[in-house]
Design a protein around this ligand. Structure first.
Ligand SMILES: C[S@@+](CC[C@H](N)C(=O)[O-])C[C@H]1O[C@@H](n2cnc3c(N)ncnc32)[C@H](O)[C@@H]1O
Length: 298
């Protein structure tokens, strides 16, 4: 039996242990878009929260399923779950709906033909976003705009030099600004999201850039001159300040003595104690529009 999993559904849904993982947020996983049409017996999907992203994933899974194959999809009620049934019925499908552990679940057997899949795939695929002038994809962080925090950090960033890293690089907005300095010799760009890394690869065509589809907390880099970051503050949809704090500790570990961290964060997030513990000198540089920018010297 050939089956895929997308994401990590809660154990109460009994996700298959032997299925191929296809979430772009799990480094090393397979890409659902690369699965051959009508090749799968079953797909179990923890549906993502964004509408375009969710419809894209469901359409890819339905395309990859054989007629007669089983789709089992669930999402937290307040993060798309309440719309799942409607979205599947819009594709002409008849899911059996149930509720469990604050999730809505839809199960169905794929009929011989399903219409509307190509439109959903096209709407969710990576593209050159007009106005942004960068490649991006629904589901990537702030996919069709430059984040306000990123813009504030970019406006305050001095010309950088030497070897650096961008932790949680997204589609590459901050990296592009960092690489504008000719004194930068290399830039390691790291993101957990395969889609972000693939878009960043297209946006930053620079021989000094190296892309990593990885968890920044586990990447082995040392002796850097600088780190730039707009760290994530959500893990699996819930606000998680520990993630940003871990990024601060990791940035400090990557830097050489005298190296500098430039970071931006939402104003309400408590990062000062972590910065002061990990760095010799911390300077608040800007506080505007709900964001704060820090320069921290190791
Ligand atoms: C606030 S966004 C910033 C994106 C980009 N640097 C920008 O300024 O637009 C944080 C990024 O961190 C990524 N991310 C989340 N957890 C991560 C992890 N453990 N390791 C690496 N990247 C992660 C997210 O996919 C997202 O692209």
């Amino acid at each position: 039996m050939t089956s895929i999993l997308y994401g990590r559904p809660p154990a109460v849904f009994d996700p298959p242990a032997d299925a191929t993982q296809t979430s772009p947020l799990i480094p090393g996983s397979a890409d659902l878009a690369e699965m051959a049409a009508a090749s799968l017996d079953a797909a179990t999907i923890l549906a993502p929260p964004g509408v375009l992203e969710r419809r894209y994933v469901l359409a890819l899974a339905l395309k990859a399923l054989k007629p007669g194959g089983r789709l089992d999809v669930m999402a937290p009620k307040l993060k798309g779950g309440s719309r799942l049934g409607k979205e599947l019925r819009e594709l002409g499908l008849e899911p059996v709906e149930s509720a469990k552990a604050h999730h809505r679940r839809c199960e169905l057997v794929r009929p011989e033909t399903v219409t509307g899949l190509d439109d959903a795939i096209e709407a969710g695929t990576a593209r050159l976003v007009p106005g942004l002038d960068a490649w991006s994809q629904p589901g990537v962080f702030g996919w069709d705009r430059v984040d306000g925090g990123t813009a504030l950090l970019a406006a305050n960033l001095p010309p950088l030099k030497g070897a650096g890293a961008d932790l949680g690089c997204g589609f590459g907005a901050l990296s592009t600004v960092a690489l504008a300095s000719p004194a930068v010799t290399s830039l390691d760009m790291i993101d957990l999201d395969r889609r972000a890394v693939e878009c960043a690869r297209r946006n930053v065509e620079d021989p000094r850039a190296r892309l990593h589809w990885a968890d920044a907390r586990t990447v082995d880099l040392t002796d850097l001159n600088f780190v730039v970051m707009n760290p994530p503050f959500h893990d699996g949809g819930a606000e998680d300040k520990a993630l940003g704090q871990a990024f601060i500790r990791k940035a400090a570990a990557m830097l050489k003595k005298g190296g500098v961290l430039w970071m931006v964060a939402n104003r309400h997030l408590p990062y000062e104690a972590e910065l002061n513990a990990a760095f010799a000198r911390v300077r608040p540089v800007a506080d505007q529009g709900g964001y704060k920018v820090f320069e921290a010297l190791k």
